[in-house]
Design a protein around this ligand. Structure first.
Ligand code: NDP
Ligand code: A1CAB
Length: 255
């Protein structure tokens, strides 16, 4: 397997870190318009090939090329891939770019829109994928991406809102965990233990919902003992319009 990754910023590095847990260094080739500190580290500590010219990526004849370049430059960078093998699948992680825009540059190329999230760095990501018509068998793509986390094939219409929830969502959860940490510190817990407690609780709550398939409001009802402490906290969240704030956050990011 050979995988090219174009754009070695936060998302590119998260994907590389996840793939390094499951693939060999020589299976990866990294390209950025200039060598940055992260690329130097990958080159020196993992002996990964790093380049600043995309022709080297094309010459490597990769199975997949993943674009994690900024959305405004991604279509321009794709112009450099016109001689890419017709067998290579492009995975475009740039938010807001359509399959039609990519195929206008690279006609008949197998392309998938990809919305990864930062937890791919620890192989617990959520990856939304929308395929174009030149991909007849999704299995090789799903099998490759499952190294990084849970893979969901969506239509292109669903892909946008799915990706907003899963791609932007980690930042919303991070804000929630930071607030939990502050509350714990305010009440005397040390900062490290406060963050460990918050992360463990969020991970456990997510696992419970995922493994039981029970709706979150039903799970919430199981925690709120009648006359107990949790319902007082839930009422405080409702008084501060917590649900409305979350819905507004998703809609603001999706806009
Ligand atoms: N961050 C996230 O959680 C997610 C991000 N994405 C998508 O990933 C993409 C990157 O986001 P993010 O990693 O946050 O952004 P960053 O700014 O952290 O990374 C962008 C990278 O692209 C490089 N770059 C800029 N211009 C070019 C170019 N012309 N050719 C090659 N590389 C270039 C930058 O290099 P330099 O800094 O040296 O200029 C940088 O390394 C975006 O399209 C975003 O929508 C998708 C899902 C989640
Ligand atoms: O903030 C952004 O635009 C990107 C897309 C999803 C997560 N980060």
């Amino acid at each position: 397997m050979k995988v090219g990754i174009i754009g070695i910023g936060h998302m590119g590095q998260a994907i590389i870190d996840g793939l390094l847990n499951t693939m060999k260094s020589e299976e990866l080739i990294l390209s950025n318009h200039r060598i940055n500190d992260a690329m130097t580290t990958y080159q020196e500590e993992h002996q990964i090939e790093v380049v600043t010219d995309n022709q080297s990526v094309i010459n490597a004849n990769p199975d997949f090329v993943i674009f994690t370049t900024p959305a405004p430059v991604t279509l321009a960078v794709m112009q450099e891939f016109k001689t890419l093998s017709a067998q290579t699948v492009i995975l475009s992680a740039a938010a807001g770019i359509s399959l039609a825009e990519i195929n206008a540059i690279l006609p008949e190329q197998p392309v998938a829109l990809l919305m990864p999230n930062t937890p791919v760095a620890v192989n617990h990501g959520t990856l939304g994928v929308a395929l174009n018509e030149y991909i007849t068998d999704s299995e090789p793509i799903e099998s490759f991406l499952q190294q990084l986390g849970d893979v969901f094939i969506t239509s292109e219409r669903e892909f946008g809102i799915f990706g907003t929830v899963t791609g932007c969502g980690p930042a919303f959860v991070d804000v929630f965990m930071a607030a939990l940490g502050d509350a714990a510190v305010k009440n005397g817990l040390n900062r490290e233990l406060a963050y460990q407690a918050a992360a463990s609780m969020v991970k456990g709550s997510a696992s419970l919902m995922q493994e039981t398939n029970i709706a979150p409001d039903v799970l919430k009802d199981q925690v709120t003992t009648p006359g107990g402490s949790t319902i007082r906290g839930v009422v405080a969240l409702e008084q501060h319009a917590f649900r409305a704030a979350v819905i507004d956050a998703v809609e603001a990011s999706n806009g």
